[in-house]
Design a protein around this ligand. Sequence first.
Ligand SMILES: Cc1ncc(COP(=O)(O)O)c(C=O)c1O
Length: 408
Amino acid sequence: MSKALLNSNIKDDFAIFEKKILNKDLIYFDTAASAQKPKIVINEINDFYNNHYSNVSRGVHTLSVESTFKYEDSRKKVKDFINAKSDNEIIFTKSATESINLVAQTFCERYMKQGDEVILSIMEHHSNLVPWYFLREKYGVVLKFAMIDEEGKIDLDHFSSLINDKTKIASITHLSNVFGTTTNKEIVKICREKEIFIMLDGCQAAAHNKIDVQDLDCDFYVFSGHKTYGPSGIGVLYGKENILNDLPPYQGGGGMISEVTLDSVSFADLPAKYEAGTPPLVEAYGLGIAIDYMNSIGIENIMLHEQELSNYALKKMKELEFVEIYGNGNEKSSIISFNLNHIHAHEVASFLDVEGIALRAGHHCCQPLMRHLKVNATSRISFGVYNDIKEIEVFIEALNKCKDFFKK
Ligand SMILES: Cc1ncc(COP(=O)(O)O)c(C=O)c1O
């Protein structure tokens, strides 16, 4: 066994692998859609509800203080996880999608006027397209789209050529959920030189790479807890403190105010300013536990493990002449998209489900990219800490069976 691979008994940390799928062992190759949850995360969430739960920041009684401590402690864990400078730079939302909407709307309100420009790319997830389309519809903001190269990476020359005096912000995926390619951090340098803001969509990167927002120097960074072994219903927005201070509030409600009279309102300081209403406190706590879990394995070790799995899967898949892989490079950070000749991706996914293999088929919320690739859908495998080489061998065998089955 390669030294880069994690010990295979890591599966024991996850109750889901005790389940059989149609009498087969579960092979979960859908971590890019959502990661499975370690027992420790589920148990700690139960413990929170059973022994500590109350609303946060509102009471002086013991349970409220305990809940508030746990909630704020998670913020510190997220801050350290992505190496932000201050807790004030970490805003809890319900998802990465909500984080992107928050930035798009508040940024537009504060810094943009009709005719100003935003740069996205043709391979963005719908969550990093549609919030900007709203601005185009409502305020006449102009959207421009960076092209990609053959590997499935942003074409930085094209990206750079799109920037002009009207460009205010770029919002780009840090790791493609279709190709598994990472955006070169050079992109931030370009934005700094041209004096525009940049947001990175780290949904796919955060569970697989060491994220250092100070080193990246991006203005905003977003990700979702459920893709990083945490619960659903929790998202993260990182923003540089001076920028978040400068932006207007997003939603109004309890918790985000300093003072309310019948005529006026003043707002709380960061991070409360962006956390209107009762926050997803248990979910935030669960994310903190998931971060502890990843740290206990070591994010470097997770990266090496998934790299090894991706390299092996890619090599084996390339040996199959009936498989087309999207993005022709060798960098596939835990995600590989493909099609089998003449077999629809949904049929592949259904066939493999019967073999106990969970993978994703569809447009992956990237319809503009699918159009660019001239396909309706692809199949996609993606890896997490619990996957191993043996599972890839079962998968390769299943692909062969699938091809034979549909030939009949
Ligand atoms: C690259 C990327 N961005 C954004 C999202 C949206 O994340 P969520 O649905 O958790 O808000 C996803 C989810 O698949 C994603 O892969």
